[in-house]
Design a protein around this ligand. Sequence first.
Ligand SMILES: C[S@@+](CC[C@H](N)C(=O)[O-])C[C@H]1O[C@@H](n2cnc3c(N)ncnc32)[C@H](O)[C@@H]1O
Length: 896
Amino acid sequence: MAKRAKSGIRKSQTAPYKHPEARSLMRPEVGTQAQFKKKKPPKTYRYDSSLSPALDWDAKSPAREQGEHLLKQILDAKSLEEAKTAASKLKSLSKPFLNWAGKAERLSFDVPTLPLFIHERLSTKAIIETLAGHKTDKQEDMFALFGDPQHSITDQVLKAYEYQDNWTNRMVLGDSLVVMNSLLHYEGLGGQVQMIYVDPPYGVKFGSNFQPFVRKRDVSHNDDEDMTREPEMVQAYRDTWELGLHSYLTYLRDRLLLARDLLTPSGSIFVQISDENLHHVREVMDEVFGVENCVSVVTFKKTTTASGRLLSTVGDYLLWYAKDIQRVKFQPVYLEKLPGDAGASQYTWTEMPDGSRRNFGSFEALRAEASATSRVFVHDNITSQRPAQGDDVREFVYEGKSFTPGKGTFKTDRRGLENLAKAKRLMALGDTLRYVRFLDDFPVFPVSNVWDDTVTSGFAAPKLYVVQTNPTVVQRCLLMTTDPGDLVLDPTCGSGTTAYVAEQWGRRWITADTSRVPLALARQRLLTATFPWYDLKDQHRGPAGGFTYKRKQNKKGEEVGGIVPHITLKSIANNEPPAEEVLVDRPEVENGITRVTGPFCVEATIPTPVDWEGDGVEDSGTGTAESHGSFIDRMLEVLRKSPILRLEGNKTVTLKNIRPPAKTLSLSAEALISNGQEKPVAFVFGPENGAVSTKLVENAAREAYAKSYTHLYVVGFAIEAKARETVEYCDAVFNVPATYVQATPDLMMGDLLKNMRSSQIFSVCGQPEVQIKKLKSPSPSPRKGEGVQYQVELLGLDVFDPITMEVAHRSGQDVPAWFLDTDYNDLCFHVSQAFFPRTSAWDNLKKALKGDYEESVWDHLSGTTSAPFEVGEHKQIAVKVIDDRGNELLVVKKLA
Ligand SMILES: C[S@@+](CC[C@H](N)C(=O)[O-])C[C@H]1O[C@@H](n2cnc3c(N)ncnc32)[C@H](O)[C@@H]1O
């Protein structure tokens, strides 16, 4: 029988942590989007901090309106507490403040309240099980691996945001403001997040028009040819803002305000920032969280490279604020004491086993000459400054010599001094009596607010993302301010460092990013990660029950466990057992279990398209007909300013004469293609906060044909799978060829963003071409359908080129990632197999599982042909390809 570890898990098995006690409100799956009814109005947030340095009752001053609002709050207050809060806000109106353009005019702001739809469910365990060919007993077991509660469509429509489901971790595509608003107002997560880590764009280099932060990064051991096709090469990350610093501060303040609402009363927020805006961001945080709640400003080293004409910058900063500094959760993180280093800078003495003591004078000498059996120590004061009183000891004789405490007092009484002498903890230095403190009395010291061990070394795992944070930085923040099982949020996901660190340490996580490229990277990082299995105190409770920590010594007698003694002068003097400290980052590890990331889902802020105008055309999921109209106007304006569509292979289509079509029912714009032969083309824009629906495509295609346009461009931030298919069939069904054009979600950031380089805004995505092979049944006389296996091959991406009117082909080997759902249920994509062609993305796991699976299993995962699978309940598969720009392209195929 397979050997079982203490956890009850079979040795050499892969297993994730589960969070059996945690719940979250059911979010609907994207397949039910069209039926979703529970819409909510946008939420208005009011600023409540100072806008003017002095109370100013001039009618023109916005402070007056705010002052009156607060006075009313005081008068209407139902409790003294409420009145006090409002009064203190009123008082803060007269405090100095940081002002910027637009701040005074903006007393409040609106955020659309959008539901989050689940688009994808991922589970490393499910992938491994599928590949291993271990047939799970029941279909449900496979769904359980995905953490899929399998709600019916009816339940999803009627009970979304009411039902409590089991917890799964979450990655969300969307603007942080909208995502946080949804967490607050659809899910009621206010006051439930223990720690928030924000690593926003640093807001630097406002002068440049468009600042892609993407550089070539060696993700794995690929050759250069592969590398150029990795998604992080894609220029998708923008850092420039319309009003420079002014927009940046508005952007940050809005987000911090919502973040504060999400924090638990004992919660913490960390904002990572560079020196350029540290001072501004600190002022904004003072305003939002209160000066008194600033816990620390941490300086951390990010590089050792000293360059620049003047002082070189080698560090960044963390601004750490508590929701309430009186209640903040905190556990110190300790570092090992090494003689000469921080925390042990005076330890130059040693004591030999025979009791002789020697001062090496320098750490170099100590390190070079001290023997392995000697104990390093420092001599310390045994007196305090307090003047002697009463029966304090005035004289103590040690080794025949008399010592006095000078102007102060001994730190302990006579009995204590005798105990110290007995324990050989005293030392005469001239006329002074000293206390001997061994380095191993307390072999660690608490980290301070300067972290110089956070430089990513050349030997560490290479960065996935150009602005990736060193995991040590996030880890320290997380360990100091959360317990296992707590909820952590990072609304600036990037390559998912916070999610990764949270997963490693058994915290629950939610992360969001407005850009698809980082989410694609984060998804890959988590899916292929392995972690140590930290022993759980209570298997039934999961990480929420805590990890096991033990006191342990190695052969040399050094403390190597997660509990260390803390011997003090007082404990020896009083003959007490020493205190012990827990090193939160050193839980017991159970060897032999490969821990993988638990199930997580990818969600997005996409609401139901709504037909506001009652004309049969879906407009937008939020706002009003007017707001939809203004969205169309804005898109037209953007298209006019950036009349370029970006195709595969750096080709572009240039448009001219862009304008709204006359008397249109469904179309949003018309234009002439200006490179090549001039041809009139039509545009339909999808909703501002939703996916393009089939109905939208069909209506637009019918009209485009009737009005003799030569081509229809369907522009959207997202598109439903069926609508994507309809676009492909437009030529055959409606006699007008159509192309789906992906708009960058950054456009949703409205007028805060500077106009982006035109070629980055709209891009034409390819359509995946897949082939399904039916494999011969391994059994000689199978019953109908039994034992029949299928295999899917990704042949490549077909991309339509509207200039040449030809379809260009890209090989399947060249896509950064593709996923297969072997039993697609039309509701949400279950990643049953995940492929990262020609990369070593899965190597970690492969190594950890040391030959448990055949080589061919891993070959599949880095190639274009799936592992064999059996037909599922829904008799259809779906293939999702992630292209270089992070776009997701979905095809659904029926199995015969
Ligand atoms: C500096 S990076 C974060 C890097 C991350 N700490 C890591 O380790 O990879 C900032 C991220 O914030 C994202 N971002 C910027 N503005 C955003 C917004 N309004 N909502 C959500 N994400 C945003 C960017 O796309 C980018 O991926």
